[in-house]
Design a protein around this ligand. Structure first.
Ligand code: HPA
Length: 252
């Protein structure tokens, strides 16, 4: 199906709803993989048509390991939308990832387990997607160009370590992740990014640093969450506003 040139936004913690989003209609999509986390919400964000999906469900009822990632991505693909920006709250590991920062990661390391991670369980012969660069280069550029246009501070290169959760990490787990090369830590980019690639969607992540990862900050983790998310969300809104004034990448 030719892709409609509209953006799908998958909203995460702190962005379960988007303040500036004007909803026009909802669609309940059923998929061979079950139900998505929530209905698809269609409407306008800064004047542009978008479709929004609340990753954790309405009321944030689903923990990261309980999310039906396959149904979510399938639902987006099934309505012919191919550009996806995934919003995600993350912890900051390396020095410049301070709370309040917006990060557009270019790499990830997957530490999750036991999640349904492919649409190709029954495929014969088995399919192996190229996942060398897990986030779509064109979508990343679209976000980075928006950030540049809006003159919003952001980090354009980082490695997202994806943990299983729902608990936060130990101090030692975070130092190990840092040694592995992770800059930020969150719980949702896998299998989301891989499933998007399996479907041929153009998927990028806009990560919002809500706290210093375990052992990296001086304050208790939960104390800084709200305030930092607010700052990162304000930056993310400016980035999306500028990005949405430009055309989305064409489907390859
Ligand atoms: N660890 C994992 N996931 C997260 C964190 C964190 O510190 N902050 C927000 N999501």
């Amino acid at each position: 199906m030719p892709g409609k040139s509209i953006l799908a936004i998958i909203g995460g913690t702190g962005a379960g709803v988007l303040e500036d989003f004007v909803e026009e209609r909802r669609s309940e999509v059923s998929t061979p993989w079950g139900s998505p986390s929530a209905p698809l919400r269609w409407g306008r964000l800064f004047g542009a048509e978008i479709v929004f999906l609340a990753r954790h469900g309405d009321g944030h009822a689903l923990a990261p390991h309980q999310i039906n990632y396959r149904a979510n991505l399938w639902a987006i693909d099934s309505v012919g939308v191919h550009c996806v920006v995934a919003l995600a709250a993350v912890g900051g590991i390396t020095q410049n990832m301070e709370p309040g920062t917006v990060v557009i990661p270019d790499q990830l390391i997957d530490y999750t387990y036991g999640r349904a991670q492919t649409f190709f369980d029954e495929e014969d012969p088995v399919k192996h997607i190229d996942f060398t660069d897990p986030y779509d280069a064109e979508m990343r550029k679209w976000l980075c160009d928006g950030a540049r246009q809006a003159d919003v501070p952001r980090i354009e290169q980082a490695t997202y370590g994806v943990t299983q959760g729902p608990r936060l990490e130990t101090r030692k787990e975070i130092s190990k992740m840092e040694q592995d090369g992770c800059d930020i830590v969150g719980m949702t980019s896998m299998p989301e990014a891989a499933l998007a690639r399996e479907l041929g969607l153009s998927y990028a992540c806009c990560a919002l640093v809500s706290n210093w990862a375990a052992g990296k900050g001086t304050r208790p983790i939960h104390d800084e969450l709200e305030e930092s998310l607010k700052q990162a969300l304000a930056r993310m809104r400016l980035i999306l506003k500028a990005a949405l004034s430009r055309p989305l990448p064409e489907r390859p």
